[in-house]
Design a protein around this ligand. Structure first.
Ligand code: C2E
Ligand code: CA
Ligand code: CA
Length: 554
């Protein structure tokens, strides 16, 4: 089919592009085959690595702005168009942005012929990867609209806040009631929020089930909070009017304009995502106001988690097993050691186990790290036993390991593999976090007993103490936590309590270990309670194996 557009010359088409381009997000172009001349919407120069919006010698210039791997197929297609073997161009390939990143584009165009010969091509280029500007489900503008609004006005905003609102548990609605129903809920939620919007406020759809409300007029966070509460009430009313078919709540993360100042758009999005997440983490159906200190803590935790994962994947580089001596009270001689995990990085130095153990537990990395620790501790025990065959090793096991891994087999096979007699091994379990009467716990306990491995109940007296554990777990050793020891040393009532506990423990034929003994006075006072084992800085701090050997084994 011959297209007859020659009443519009190439130069007229260029003028046409000049007129239209300020009102377009896409880029119009003309390519004059005869003069090898290319003209594109001037705005394209701001986005792509083009030499100019108007230039000659297309093929040579394409090397500058077309992604190298796509160059050949593009030029092949172009040759067909110029030779008249093809009339329509429709290709998806990559251009390079001004900063050199590949950007997917869709390039379409048609060839115009003059006297039956291809003369030029006109067409349009649009970015495939750009985000939606508006959302037809919620009927709201999309996030790119917020971005352009903020980039134009960010400097002048001197009031207000940004509130990210998110439905709680929206996934469940979609799963249980279908995505059409979910869309209806999103639309109605958008209406609930919109009904509160006044002048100076704008509402955008962020992702999936989240909305962004920008206020550029009201000065304080108080007005953000009262707006959040009104929105929440309207949502509650909708849920009721909808006969509780879908029961859901809404959370909000609030950033004041001051928190946004000086940040890029993507950083502002991160801060607002963090704020909403905190509101949800805090229990949902509530708001959270951004706090820099909490955000810094969050970043540190995230970075630490990254480093922990890296270490686990790099042969546990940075992990160490420290040993702290355990003393037998009656003979005042070395009984064994508790193995304590350490983590050291260049970036943070030595990190406290109080900080990194919970991260290992949250991420499940405690499974590989705990297993490494188990083997490391047993290997050290094996070395020490060549000089002291009766040496005891006490190893901490997290309840996550009990719940999520086959810890029984791991312990038993590791003990066998390292050639250690089971009665030289103590497994320490903390009662906090432990699910009472969970079958996995009772199974672990009875299996340890069957195999002759002893169990110590750690952290006794820290507030989680529950005497029913004694009956359920039937531990061999009770470890009195340092905080309890401290209280007993300072307070006579607590001391009497500890004394009663000691009697009870011994009448049940269990052993007692007192932790946190730091001075001779501490030791004298605690010895009156006739503990079986003692542990604390008085006997020695946790230290690396070499140091331990030097101090206690020579
Ligand atoms: P925990 O099992 O109660 O370990 C005893 C903690 O008290 C250790 O802290 C030890 O350094 C400290 N300590 C001992 N004697 C004294 C003393 O006289 N004075 C003072 N001020 N502190 C003393 P650490 O090494 O920081 O460990 C903290 C906790 O981290 C441990 O408490 C344990 O719950 C956990 N943890 C350590 N290593 C491991 C491990 O390999 N696996 C698991 N699951 N948890 C571990
Ligand atoms: Ca312990
Ligand atoms: Ca302890």
């Amino acid at each position: 089919m011959e297209k007859d557009f020659d009443y519009l010359s190439v130069s007229q088409l260029c003028k046409f592009i000049d007129l239209l381009h300020p009102y377009m997000d896409d880029y119009l172009y003309v390519y004059d085959f005869i003069h090898d001349y290319y003209y594109i919407s001037p705005a394209a120069v701001k986005r792509f690595a083009l030499p100019s919006h108007s230039f000659q010698d297309l093929v040579a210039n394409q090397k500058k702005f077309v992604y190298p791997a796509d160059l050949y197929s593009l030029q092949e297609d172009l040759a067909l168009l110029i030779n008249g073997e093809k009339e329509d161009h429709n290709m998806q390939y990559r251009w390079l942005s001004i900063t050199g990143e590949p950007i997917w584009i869709n390039c379409r165009g048609c060839v115009v012929k003059k006297d039956g010969k291809p003369s030029h091509m006109i067409g349009c280029i649009n970015e495939i990867g750009v985000r939606q500007k508006a959302d037809n489900v919620s009927g709201l503008l999309g996030i790119t609209s917020l971005q352009s609004f903020l980039s134009e006005r960010a400097v002048t905003i001197s009031h207000g806040y940004l509130m990210r609102l998110g439905l709680d548990d929206f996934k469940e609605i979609n799963e249980k009631l279908g995505s059409d129903y979910g869309d209806m809920i999103l639309r109605r939620t958008a209406e609930c929020i919109s009904s509160h919007i006044t002048s100076g406020q704008m509402l955008f759809r962020a992702v999936a089930d989240e909305f962004l409300l920008l206020d550029t007029q009201n000065d304080d966070i108080k007005s953000a909070i009262s707006l959040y509460k009104s929105i929440r009430q309207t949502v509650d009313e909708f849920v009721e009017a909808n006969h509780y078919e879908a029961v859901f709540t809404i959370s909000g993360g609030i950033l004041s304009y001051k928190d946004m100042h000086g940040h890029s758009f993507s950083d502002i999005m991160k801060l607002s995502e963090f704020s909403l997440n905190e509101a949800k983490r805090d229990g949902k159906n509530r708001y959270y106001i951004f706090q820099q200190a909490a955000y810094d803590k969050f970043l540190r935790r995230r970075r630490l988690t990254q480093l922990l994962r890296q270490s686990v994947n790099h042969d546990f580089e940075g992990f160490e097993a420290y040993l702290q001596p355990l003393f037998e009270a009656t003979t005042n001689s070395l009984y064994g050691a508790e193995a304590l995990m350490r983590f050291r990085t260049e970036e943070f130095g030595m990190v406290s186990p109080m900080e990194f153990i919970p991260l290992l537990e949250e991420t499940g990395l405690i499974m590989p790290a705990g297993k490494w620790m188990l083997h490391k501790s047993l290997a050290l025990c094996h070395e020490i036993q060549t000089a002291r065959p009766s040496f005891q090793i006490s190893i901490n096991i997290s309840y996550i390991q009990v719940m999520k891994s086959n810890i029984i087999n791991e312990i038993i096979s590791a003990v066998t593999a390292h050639g250690i007699s089971p009665d030289n091994v103590i497994i320490e379990l903390t009662e906090s976090g432990m699910l009472e009467s969970d079958s996995r716990v009772t199974k672990l306990v009875s299996n340890l007993k069957d195999n002759g491995i002893r169990l110590a109940l750690d952290d006794f007296g820290t507030g989680y103490s529950n005497f029913s554990y004694l009956n359920e777990l039937k531990p061999d050793i009770i470890k009195i936590d340092r905080s309890f020891t401290l209280k007993a040393l300072e307070n006579d009532y607590e001391y009497q309590l500890l004394s009663l506990m000691s009697n009870m423990v011994h009448s049940l034929n269990l052993k007692m270990c007192i932790e946190g003994i730091e001075t001779t006075e501490d030791l004298d006072k605690m010895n009156e309670l006739s503990p079986d084992y003692c542990q604390g800085y008085y006997f020695g701090k946790p230290c690396p194996y070499e140091e331990f050997k030097e101090q206690y084994l020579t």
